[in-house]
Design a protein around this ligand. Structure first.
Ligand SMILES: Cc1ncc(COP(=O)(O)O)c(C=O)c1O
Length: 403
């Protein structure tokens, strides 16, 4: 007797119904946008129309930097289009090493390991250093790549309430004596754009004998006197065991990394599966990343302008009556809270019609079931563009009935 076939796609039916319901209201698919031409870090052609980009995480606007582009072109000419190999076989070129040197200089740390994405950096580092019998204590709003790294490594997972110092302390206190402990935090949480109280949390973690990993994906290049992130800004970078980061935001290309001062760090190159069992980044990508990272070391003017943009837009949107993710601007992310998915999608489309692109975010990516319009500012947004963005929000908000 043969069993009746089971359609493994049945589990997606609720999501398919939500999507169809949304499209039936007449809005375009907010998750299917095509950038037809990209003109600059802040402008693209979408649906045939010039559009201001306010949802790219291209914080420092490095994607069109002349030196970055020249480095990529030169590497493409000299080393070809791809490595076709793992970092531990034929996939380490001079450029990968140069990129790791740039990271070591940027963070003033002893070791740097470049991965093919930030997602893989979290997956690899977390799953390799915390395994069966160890404990990972993490903020409940952690990025998907952190959760996936935990799952892959088989450690016990102990989540604590978002940014709650007391909750972290309590969880740490309940972990069996002598167990290996890794506390995983983020500098900036990307959904609401809020910053973690790293100073207090790291002090508590260290007192409890835990190692600390901080994902600075959304703060690198921008926050901290040297752009090293929130841990640097709060004066606790020396107490962080592992910093995780990405090239897909301020650096302006693709790739991920971990930097550390741990004396045995280099052994990870042999045991970290998402590092070993995948092809390395193309030479042009590591060349653009290394050039961009070195330029970000001298980015203080750009950082200052990005703070101005963030503060001005936050105040402007608040003044218009929008509900925002934070009371004060804490990063280059400003999250506008929508009443529900339907209104959020309608507002997203109204903004597109105005000529403005933002990210529409919904559960499970968002906390507390929220629908968000996430805005990420760029150091290359001009004062005039920020003014235009506010006018577009006002028009769209009134048209949709959100303000
Ligand atoms: C906090 C955080 N960590 C890691 C990543 C993954 O970075 P990547 O795009 O390089 O895979 C992201 C990207 O969205 C992120 O927000």
């Amino acid at each position: 007797m043969t069993d009746a076939p089971v359609d493994l796609f049945t589990k997606f039916d609720p999501l398919i119904a939500i999507r169809e319901g949304l499209l039936a209201t007449g809005v375009k698919d907010p998750f299917g946008l095509v950038m037809e031409k990209v003109l600059s870090p802040t402008r693209a052609i979408c649906n045939g129309k010039e559009t201001i980009l306010l949802g790219t995480y291209n914080y420092m606007g490095m994607t069109f930097d002349d030196d970055v582009i020249a480095a990529g072109k030169q590497a493409l000419d000299e080393f070809g289009s791809g490595t076709t190999g793992s970092r531990v076989l034929n996939g380490t070129y001079a450029g990968h090493r140069a990129c790791e040197e740039a990271l070591k200089d940027f963070y003033a740390m002893d070791h740097a390991m470049v991965f093919s994405t930030g997602y893989q950096a979290n997956l690899g580092i977390i799953s390799t250093i915390a395994g069966k019998g160890d404990y990972i204590i993490l903020d409940i709003d952690s990025h998907a790549s952190i959760y996936d790294g935990c799952k892959m490594g088989d450690a016990e997972i102990v989540p604590f309430r978002h940014n709650d110092i007391n909750a972290l302390e309590k969880r740490l206190g309940r972990i069996p004596e002598g167990a290996g402990k890794l506390v995983v935090l983020e500098g900036v949480y990307s959904m609401l754009g809020d910053v973690a109280p790293l100073k207090e949390m790291i002090a508590i973690s260290k007192a409890a004998g835990a190692m600390v990993l901080v994902d600075e994906a959304h703060s690198m290049g921008f926050i901290g006197p040297n752009g090293r992130g929130v841990a640097e800004d709060q004066g606790v970078l020396d107490d962080v065991d592992f910093v995780i980061g990405t090239f897909s935001k301020s650096v302006g290309t693709v790739g991920g990394f971990c930097v550390s001062n741990h004396p045995k760090f280099e052994i990870l190159r042999l045991v970290c599966r998402p590092y070993v069992f995948t092809a390395s980044l193309p030479p042009s990508v590591v060349a653009t990343a290394a050039t961009s990272i070195r330029k970000l070391m001298h980015g203080s003017n750009k950082r200052a302008h990005l703070w101005e943009n963030s503060k001005r837009l936050h105040a402007g949107l608040k003044g218009l009556g929008f509900q925002l993710g934070t009371d004060e601007p804490q990063s280059a992310i400003i999250a506008v809270i929508m009443p529900d998915l339907e209104k959020g999608a309608a507002m997203w489309e109204a903004l597109m019609n105005e000529g403005l692109y933002v990210n529409l975010a919904r559960p499970p990516a968002t906390p507390a079931g929220m629908t968000l319009l996430r805005c990420s500012l760029c150091a290359e947004h001009s004062d005039a563009e920020v003014g235009e963005i506010m006018r577009m929000f006002e028009n769209a908000g009134k048209a949709v009935g959100v303000i």
